[in-house]
Write a protein that binds this ligand. Structure first.
Ligand code: NAP
Length: 302
């Protein structure tokens, strides 16, 4: 038996449409409803047959649901929750997929007092957005971090965990503030660095833009994939996870200054030691199945 029988997905972009596709595949008996604020996305969702029913209003999407998943940008989660409040069945569980958790947990609790809320973050995604970009296997073998609060009923936490496991994810529970610090360093800071490098390269005057693109296989192009990520989503991530990101950025700046000094003084040992440690990190990621061992920089493109 699926842990929920009637699931409503609010926000049918990359993550929402992937959830819908994965539910269809893994739990075909579940009745799926969906809604997106964007009428074009709703039309696409109908064409792609993502749900049994695509509702024109958020209220109509959730009226019968026993699980509601908010798959909207972090800055819109509070508003999306407020929009469903009046139509939410009393026994429904509400969860989300937002990339930061502390501020999301607070805005969900404020918008939905007395509701069983289990904030969550599937650590899986791509640089693309919109309903066409989703795919059913997105969560296979990836982590989904649940950040229950003191108000989250244990039974609801267990059912949401079971739901994500059915979609192929591995589930871990974490304190919301700890989640935000971990993700600040593993996801948010790398995105900020990628946005910076690509921005710096495109602002250079002595190296032409066509040269940057022509010789990008030297490493630059791997940053451009991350820096192509959705601007609205990432604006909201940085604004909502401000403290943790600023803290990690401070440490990063200090480490960068130390490297700058090592290069200036010809201190090759410092550089070599760091690069040896970082190579081992890469090996661990491959060993733990979070990436495959195929070479990347020299990869062939069709
Ligand atoms: P997306 O592809 O841009 O989809 C978000 C959709 O939500 C858009 O169609 C958007 O419409 C719609 N929306 C915005 N406000 C809404 C509201 N109040 N009610 C209903 N629909 C609304 O974004 P995504 O990549 O799926 O990201 C969704 C969430 O997943 C974010 O919280 C993000 O932090 C999280 N997440 C993303 C990734 C990733 O790699 N992308 C990974 C893990 C978690 P408009 O475009 O018209 O605003």
């Amino acid at each position: 038996m699926p842990p929920f029988a009637r699931v409503a997905v609010i926000g049918l972009g990359l993550i929402g449409s992937s959830v819908a596709r994965a539910v269809r595949q893994a739990m075909p008996t579940v009745r799926l409803t969906g809604h997106d604020a964007d009428a074009d996305v709703r039309t696409a969702a109908i064409r792609l047959d993502l749900c049994d029913d695509v509702a024109d209003t958020p209220g109509a999407a959730v009226t019968d649901a026993d699980l509601v998943i908010l798959c909207v940008p972090v800055g819109a989660i509070g508003a999306a929750a407020a929009e469903i409040a009046a139509d939410l069945p009393a026994d429904a569980v509400v969860t989300d997929v937002g990339s930061s958790k502390g501020s999301v947990a607070r805005s969900l609790a404020a918008a939905l007092p007395g509701v069983a809320i289990v904030p969550a973050h599937p650590v899986a995604g791509t640089e693309r957005s919109g309903p066409e970009a989703g795919f059913a296997s997105l969560f296979q073998g990836r982590w989904c971090i649940l950040t229950p609060t003191t108000g989250s009923p244990p039974e609801a936490v267990e059912r949401v965990s079971a739901f994500w496991r059915r979609l192929g994810a591995e589930v871990e529970l974490m304190d919301p503030d700890h989640h935000d610090r971990v993700l600040a360093v593993t996801s948010h800071l790398p995105h900020l660095i990628a946005y910076t490098i690509v921005g710096t390269a495109s602002d250079l005057e002595e190296v032409t833009r066509s040269e940057v693109i022509k010789y990008s296989a030297g490493g630059f192009r791997d940053f451009t994939r991350i820096a192509a990520s959705d601007p609205t989503m990432w604006r909201d991530v940085f604004l909502s996870n401000r403290e943790a990101v600023l803290d990690m950025l401070q440490r990063f700046s200090e480490d960068l200054s130390a490297l700058q000094r090592a290069i200036r003084w010809g201190d090759g040992d410092t550089l070599h030691d760091l690069f040896t440690r970082t190579r081992a990190v890469r090996r661990s990621i491959v060993e733990q199945g979070q990436d495959d061992a195929r070479e990347d920089f020299g990869r062939s493109h069709p």
